[in-house]
Design a protein around this ligand. Structure first.
Ligand code: HXC
Length: 257
């Protein structure tokens, strides 16, 4: 049983993972990250789970790496420690992942939100990379995902000043796709998750892979990957089912084959 997060299987192909270290604003300890990686590995292996929603609480999604733990550690070892392999496992999660963010998403917390495929934010959410104030810099993808998402100028501003941006700014910059009232964030994320969970699993997986590829490849390679994925899906039973359902004016029942 995980100690620092709650995992709920909600039916309809959706799992909700809630970070639960409220006393430290969900700061990411090595143990918490390992539990999260494990929870995602279990969701990955479960054929009944199609989409995962990841959230924190009203005050914080996650306020970054746990600074008490970091104070006791040799930072030079951090790239080889279990925390990095947990990040790697989180990165490799191949089903759709939605972050429902209220309050602080700082440092590793902002980087964790950026591991999600879709971010829904409450009006009071704050996204920032304050590592520079600690004499360090982002270490879980912040310097790479942020500029790819919000552009160079804002990414530089956030990383070099350490100042956070609010939810509306994050929306304008494309870091999040929707802003809702704080009390509706999780519900909206679950609504999207249920919608996505009804789609063909293979199509979801390959569409996610192709979209992520767009972040780190040239157009020609991306188009090649897309064409290949499209061809793979063309040979699936779910493609036949999707088109048959359209013609028969009924909802599609996808099997994942
Ligand atoms: C450990 C933390 C914490 C953190 C907050 N807490 N952030 N503990 N690690 N990152 C603890 C506080 O010590 C305090 O516990 C409790 O949570 C409530 O926090 P307060 O500071 O009292 O709340 P508030 O005044 O509302 O300020 C909120 C805050 C501030 C602005 C978010 O807590 C803050 O600046 N936190 C640090 C944010 C940060 O620098 N994150 C980046 C970390 S570096 P006690 O017991 O003292 O009352 C990083 C690198 C990633 O993420 C590298 C990845 C490989």
């Amino acid at each position: 049983m995980p100690q620092h997060l709650a995992v709920e299987t909600l039916g309809g192909g959706v799992r909700l993972i809630t970070l639960q270290r409220p006393q430290a604003l969900n700061a990411l300890t090595t143990a918490l990250l390992a539990e999260l990686a494990q929870a995602l590995a279990e969701a990955e292996a479960d054929p009944h789970t199609q989409v995962v929603v990841l959230t924190g609480n009203r005050k914080a999604f996650a306020a970054g790496a746990d600074l008490k733990e970091m104070a006791e550690r040799d930072l030079t070892g951090i790239l080889n420690d279990p925390r990095q392999s947990s990040w790697e496992q989180i990165r490799r999660f191949s089903k759709p992942l939605i972050a429902a963010v209220n309050g602080f998403a700082l440092g590793g917390g902002c980087e964790l939100a950026m591991h999600a495929d879709i971010i829904i934010a409450g009006e009071d959410a704050r996204f920032g990379q304050p590592e520079i104030n600690l004499g360090i810099m982002p270490g879980a993808g912040g310097t790479q995902r942020l500029p790819r998402t919000v552009g160079k100028s804002l990414a530089m501003q956030m990383v070099l000043t350490g100042e956070a941006i609010d939810a509306r700014h994050a929306l304008r910059a494309g870091l999040v796709s929707e802003v809702t009232q704080p009390e509706l964030v999780v519900e909206r994320a679950l609504q999207l998750a249920r919608l996505i969970a009804g789609k063909a699993p293979l199509a979801l997986r390959l569409a996610k892979e192709a979209l992520l590829k767009a972040m780190d490849t040239d157009l020609a390679s991306g188009l090649r990957l897309e064409r290949h994925a499209f061809t793979v899906l063309a040979g699936t039973r779910d493609r036949e089912e999707g088109i048959a359902a359209f013609q028969e004016k009924r909802p599609a029942q996808f099997s994942g084959h």
